[in-house]
Design a protein around this ligand. Structure first.
Ligand code: NAD
Ligand code: ADE
Length: 411
């Protein structure tokens, strides 16, 4: 047992070091934080996917002087070696892959019991848990689209207890993480679970937001015929003019080989769709919660279920068709693969680290609302990322600045 633990710690250390080599922006911030200690003595409570990239963020916050306690933001996304290593580094990480709902909320309550001053959330579950606790949280940050929707609903209901920075809405977050990160890691998750050939398959993507378009792009890149479903007429038109086939889910259900939901909404695939699917159709979800595929209806329709591969369940319908579900309908990229590559999390988590310091320095002047990441932070992250990639760009000359701010100059 002790040897296994040591091996786990070593694996976590090695993999976190590897991730760190691909996170130059966060490392620059970490070096600065190590000198300035901008979060000295501040308790930070996190509910994030406990991956190697999150570990690099947690170690950055620690280098800034923070006292960090983190739990998982999904029962299936925890990397056990990461948790093992972090717990040797003077941080508290709570969680394991395959938590029950009870384990999941117990871990959240342990973070609440830590009485954090700053809440770093991914999806809003920790925020909800601290909402009625009066231990003096001063502010928070939120990582994902669904979390921001929930926070805005709390704000509207007058129940948001502190200001929150919506990290997801920074350009250097959603344009890269949601699109390219989820695009690649969703395909990675589907391949690890099924080892299917993507080329030539009919691949249905539910939702053409930032995540959906990333998935559609990557599936097409691997030779799939991609169908998009939408409820927003503008997004549907964009998908059409980006060259994708656009259909209702009722229609798509009849022809799809692989289905991925990415809407942040409920009931994208329900029993009525499953009833129309072909034998051996595969379903997965990349949206934050496991509500996009109605698993309850799937269970109800099935006569039999078995785990046919790791993270892949085969349901047999009454008419003999077999329908496959990856990772119980939980986010496929984090439960069946390792989440986004470090290169992209570099920017997301640079925004997180800088936003935590911003909250600490500005919370007294902020209202209990959801705020955007300040433009200076977003631009700083973009500049540092470009620098790390060795990419130089032009800058405006005085003449160009005058031209762009004038109305007199025409033909
Ligand atoms: P978004 O708001 O940009 O896009 C969501 C899209 O879904 C919109 O275009 C919307 O019109 C569409 N939609 C809503 N209801 C629909 C329905 N019934 N049928 C079809 N389309 C519908 O959001 P996003 O940034 O793309 O995020 C989507 C989800 O993915 C959220 O839950 C978010 O939290 C999550 N997310 C997951 C990861 C991950 O690592 N798996 C990463 C980032 C975001
Ligand atoms: N969300 C998506 N990918 C992630 C990752 N690699 N680490 C933490 N959160 C994530």
């Amino acid at each position: 047992m002790a040897i296994n633990k040591a091996l786990l710690v070593k694996s976590g250390k090695n993999r976190i070091e590897w991730a760190s080599t691909r996170m130059p922006v966060l490392n620059l911030i970490k070096n600065q934080f190590s000198e300035d200690k901008p979060l000295n003595g501040v308790k930070i409570g996190g509910c994030l996917h406990l991956t190697t990239e999150t570990a690099v963020l947690a170690l950055t916050l620690k280098a800034a002087g923070a006292d960090v306690c983190m739990c998982a933001s999904n029962p299936l996304s925890t990397q056990d070696d990461v948790v093992a290593y972090l717990n040797t580094q003077g941080l508290k990480a709570i969680g394991f892959k395959g938590e029950s709902s009870n384990d999941y909320y117990k871990a959240i309550s342990q973070v609440v019991a830590f009485k954090p001053k700053i809440i770093m959330d991914d999806g809003g579950d920790l925020t909800n848990a601290v909402m009625d606790e009066k231990f003096g949280a001063i502010g928070g940050t939120e990582e994902t689209t669904t979390g921001i929707l929930r926070l805005k609903a709390l704000e509207k209901a007058g129940k948001l207890g502190y200001p929150v920075i919506g990290v997801n809405d920074a350009d250097t977050k959603h344009l890269f993480d949601n699109r390219y990160g989820t695009g690649q890691s969703t395909i990675d998750g589907i391949l690890r679970a099924t080892n299917l050939l993507i080329a030539g398959k009919t691949f249905v993507v539910g939702g053409y937001g930032w995540v959906g378009r990333g998935i559609a792009l990557r599936a097409r890149g691997m030779g799939a015929n991609v169908i998009v479903t939408e409820i927003d007429p503008v997004k549907a038109l964009e998908a059409h003019m980006d060259g994708f086939s656009v259909k209702s889910m009722d229609e798509a259900a009849k022809v799809g080989d692989i289905f991925v939901t990415a809407t942040g909404d409920v009931d994208i695939i329900t029993g009525k769709h499953i009833n129309k699917m072909k034998d051996l159709a595969v379903m997965a979800n990349s949206g934050h919660f496991n509500v996009e595929i109605n698993v309850e209806e799937l269970e109800h329709l099935a006569t039999k279920k078995r785990e046919i591969r790791e993270q892949l369940e085969e349901y047999t319908m009454r008419d003999g068709r077999r329908i496959l579900l990856i990772s119980q309908g939980r986010l496929v990229n984090l439960s069946s693969a390792e989440g986004h590559p470090s290169e992209v999390m570099d920017m997301s988590f640079a925004n997180q680290a800088l936003s935590a310091v911003y909250i600490l320095n500005h919370y007294k002047g902020l209202e209990n609302k959801v705020y955007n990441v300040p433009k200076e932070i977003d631009e700083r992250v973009a500049k540092l990322k470009l620098e790390s990639l060795g990419i130089k760009i032009d800058s405006l000359s005085d003449k160009q600045k005058r031209y762009l701010s004038s109305y007199e100059i025409g033909t």
